[in-house]
Structures are given as structure tokens and as C-alpha cells.
Write a protein that binds this ligand. Structure first.
Ligand SMILES: [Zn+2]
Length: 213
């Protein structure tokens, strides 16, 4: 359906601050929401729900406990002069929008032009995961992934394209299923050189032709 394209450049990774509430407090909060929804938290089916939700949060938001830059630090220098584009495409991720706590489900495509060092490809996927497992805005997550790779690897350029569906848009509000949001961050050679950018977009299957403009 409609494809929204936004391009963004620099956003610093967010750090959570303040003291963390106890698990008990978290479960209490869930119980309040259950009552707010109109249900009875003491009925059998809901009795363990606050505890389950707290555990689910530990999984969905495990990214706050991770340092994505660490994943990029083990690099390989023996690449026999390989200096062509490296692309990992279709990295599936699950995230949550910071405005509604609703799931964002999509795929990220990550590419870079190495200078003298490369990382294991699973590390690129881990960086995506670390940022996805936080409360997110797609544009911000897109920039965070690109900036982290640029900062640690110092390649000639980094390209990150994300295509995702936002369930806050499909299941509530405007109720528009099938809408995919596409964002991209192009740094260095991918930003400056249209041919490099086009090569990357061809490799990932051109999610939106307008990105080549
Ligand atoms: Zn939302």
C-alpha cells in the first residue's frame, strides 16, 4: 500500500536513566492496566498475567542491558584486500513503538563499505537486535544502527534501510493494515555516491524506487 519514506541522519543512542522500579511495582502497574481495561485481575485467567507480562518485558526490552558497540569491536583485518560492499539483508526484527508500546515488526537491511576491517556478519544482526529490543521510533532505530556501525568500524560508508509494519497503525487509530513504513540512513559513500547507493538498493531488492532519487 502506501509507502512513507523518511531519511534521517544523526541520532545518538538513548540511555535509560533513573532508578528502576522493582518487579513488584511493575506487576502492580500491569494489574492497574488490566482494571483500566475493564477486567478483573483476580479472576483465574488473569491471576498470573502481571508476572507473565513482567517476564515478557524482560525479553522484549532486553536491549537496554546490551551495548551494541561491543558487538562490533571484534573485527577481522585479514580480508585479502576485500573492499567491496558487504550487505546483510532481511534481518527480521521485533520492536515496540515508544508511543503506544505496540509491536513494530519488520526487516532491516544493513550494508557497509569496509576500509581495512570487517566484522562477523552475525554481529550486524546483533546490533539490529540490541536496538530493536527497546522502545523505539523507526527513524531513530534506523539512525542508531547506522551510526553505531560507522563509529566502531569506520568504514567508507554505511547504509541501513528498514521496512516495518507498526501495529499501533494497523490495529488502532487509522486502522490501515498492509502499510509498510520505509526509512533509510545513508552515510559516507552511500550518501555521496548515487551509484553506490543504487548498488545497495539493487542488492536489497529496492524497497522503494524513490530512495534512489
Ligand atoms: Zn505507535
Amino acid at each position: 500500500m502506501t509507502i512513507a519514506v523518511r531519511r534521517q541522519n544523526n541520532t545518538k543512542p538513548a540511555k535509560s536513566n533513573g532508578t528502576r522500579p522493582s518487579r513488584d511495582e511493575a506487576e502492580q502497574a500491569v494489574e492497574t492496566l488490566l482494571r483500566w481495561a475493564g477486567d478483573d485481575p483476580t479472576r483465574e485467567g488473569l491471576r498470573d498475567t502481571p508476572a507473565r507480562v513482567a517476564r515478557a518485558y524482560e525479553d522484549w526490552f532486553s536491549g537496554y542491558a546490551e551495548d551494541p558497540e561491543e558487538y562490533m569491536k571484534r573485527t577481522f583485518k585479514e580480508v585479502d584486500g576485500y573492499d567491496e560492499m558487504i550487505v546483510l539483508r532481511d534481518i527480521r526484527f521485533e520492536s515496540h513503538c515508544e508511543h503506544h508500546l505496540a509491536p513494530i515488526i519488520g526487516r532491516a537491511h544493513v550494508g557497509y563499505l569496509p576500509t581495512n576491517k570487517v566484522v562477523g556478519i552475525s554481529k550486524l544482526a546483533r546490533v539490529v537486535e540490541s536496538y530493536a529490543r527497546r522502545l523505539q521510533v523507526q527513524e531513530k532505530m534506523n539512525a542508531q544502527i547506522a551510526n553505531t556501525i560507522q563509529k566502531v568500524l569506520e568504514p567508507k560508508g554505511v547504509a541501513v534501510v528498514i521496512e516495518a509494519q507498526h501495529q499501533c497503525m494497523t490495529t488502532r487509530g487509522v486502522h490501515k493494515p498492509g502499510v509498510t513504513m520505509v526509512t533509510s540512513t545513508m552515510l559516507g559513500a552511500f550518501r555521496q555516491d548515487p551509484l553506490t547507493r543504487r548498488e545497495f538498493l539493487t542488492i536489497i531488492g529496492n524497497p522503494s524506487s524513490t530512495l534512489t532519487a
